[in-house]
Design a protein around this ligand. Structure first.
Ligand SMILES: [Zn+2]
Length: 445
């Protein structure tokens, strides 16, 4: 649907009286970096188009707008800087400092080694950068780094490695690594055998080096939203879906059953090479299954974590391929973002993807309809404690408990350090209060 069709949808929406669900929520997402205030207002209007309107690919109605649409000044195309595409627990408060490990003797290619504990196990993540001349000999290098890190800190259960091109390295959200590996201490021997004898090792990924341009994060475009009449009201569908619960028109806010002490536990932005094994370990110890809304590009680069999720009984959902906000994108790009993420998840899990969470919770009637056409239901939440804003453990814990409701959906982020600090306590208290936590799929609709 073109710009004029979207305008008509918004303008023809009936009068509403409540603030939008898709703008101005508490717990704003770090991807808001992409948008200034006017873009957010525009998006608020985009959210308003009746989601009950014509399907995304249908011909728009021919009726002319009832009143003139205010002109919106043109804004140039935006290309996110490398590192902005992927959130890494930033926020309104500085993230707690993550400890680093110093190797002696130093290995020149090691950029940084960070490590963290979940109270039970410790995991390290080593970032390695290499020159083009060093690229043909990555295996001996990663063998050396893995062995050195595990030797330097005997309490580590696992070291995960990300090898990047030095010239283009721009953090976790920049261009994808050249090679990644997950090396549990007890599997170091098998990993070393992979590096020397090329025996199979299932926890390694080598960038094929031939990924098409669209799979490179720094090529994602965030484009100007189409001009629409600005309003700040929610659609009838949103209001109804929130009020009555259950699946309605492809939207899910909570279960329809408010008296069953069952809530869904969800984690956005997975997988991350240091946090994922810590989180999966904690959930395994608690016997809790959750839904992970994963970023497609990172699922591709760390496929073994997606397989771990499935093997441990968790559900894997779609959080777009590049973690990009959908409303400003042309519809075909928004559809591709959803499709590519579903494709990689399905390839890794062997299961069709059923649930989708748009970055920032932002969508339009068109993206909602497109998600449905891809077999995806769009999932929101009832309990968002703002873990990525680093509010402090006590505040985070109290928000989590205060908002937990039967039939609710809890939103957390897999790469928020304070989440790791409070999760164990939250799971314990939820259990003591009689709650069972489950996947989105496990929530009665
Ligand atoms: Zn996200």
């Amino acid at each position: 649907m073109g710009a004029s069709g979207q305008m008509r949808q918004v303008l023809s929406a009936p009068p509403k009286s409540r603030p939008p669900l898709c703008a101005g929520r508490r717990g704003k997402h770090p991807m808001q970096l992409f948008h200034n205030a006017s873009m957010r207002r525009l998006f608020a209007a985009l959210c308003l188009g009746s989601a009950l309107a014509a399907p995304a690919f249908a011909t728009p109605p021919v009726a002319a707008p009832a009143r003139p649409v205010p002109a919106i000044p043109a804004t140039p195309l935006r290309t996110p800087q490398p590192g902005q595409v992927q959130p890494l627990a930033p926020g309104t408060r500085p993230a707690p400092k993550i400890p680093t490990l110093t190797l002696t003797p130093a290995i020149p290619q090691v950029h940084q080694v960070t490590y963290l504990s979940n109270g039970f196990i410790e995991v390290a993540h080593a970032v390695i950068t290499v020159t083009p001349q060093e690229r043909p000999n990555l295996r001996p290098l990663v063998a050396q780094v893995a062995a050195a890190v595990l030797a330097a800190r005997p309490t580590l259960s696992e070291v995960d490695l990300s090898v990047y091109d030095r010239g283009s390295y721009a953090g976790f959200g920049g261009p994808l690594p050249l090679l990644t590996a997950s090396v549990p201490r007890e599997r170091l021997g098998a990993f070393l055998a992979w590096t020397t004898q090329r025996t199979p090792f299932d926890r390694v990924w080598v960038n094929p080096g031939n990924l098409p341009v669209y799979l490179q994060p720094d090529r994602v475009r965030e484009t100007v939203p189409v001009p629409v009449a600005v309003s700040s009201q929610e659609t009838a569908l949103e209001r109804q879906a929130r009020k009555q619960g259950g699946l309605l028109g492809g939207l899910l806010y909570r279960s329809k059953f408010r008296y069953v002490p069952l809530a869904a536990l969800t984690f956005d932005d997975a997988p991350h090479p240091m946090y994922e094994p810590l989180l999966l370990d904690m959930l395994r110890r608690s016997g809790v299954k959750a839904t992970f809304f994963v970023i497609g590009r990172n699922a591709a680069a760390y496929p073994y974590f997606i397989r771990d999720m499935t093997q441990q009984g968790h559900e894997v959902g779609n959080h777009t391929y590049h973690h990009v906000r959908l409303p400003p994108l042309p519809l075909n790009e928004a559809v591709n973002e959803m499709r590519w993420a579903s494709d990689i998840v399905q390839k890794l899990t062997g299961k069709p993807v059923r649930y989708f969470r748009p970055p920032g919770g932002e969508y339009t009637p068109q993206t909602l309809q497109a998600a449905r056409s891809l077999g995806l239901n769009t999932v929101f939440w009832t309990d968002d404690p703002g873990d990525f804003q680093n509010p402090g453990d006590a505040v985070l814990e109290s928000r989590l408990h205060r908002n937990l409701r039967p039939g609710g959906v809890v939103l957390l982020h897999d790469n928020a350090p304070e989440m790791l600090n409070v999760l164990q306590g939250f799971l314990r208290v939820a259990r003591q209060e009689g709650y069972a936590l489950t996947t989105v799929g496990g929530l009665p609709k």
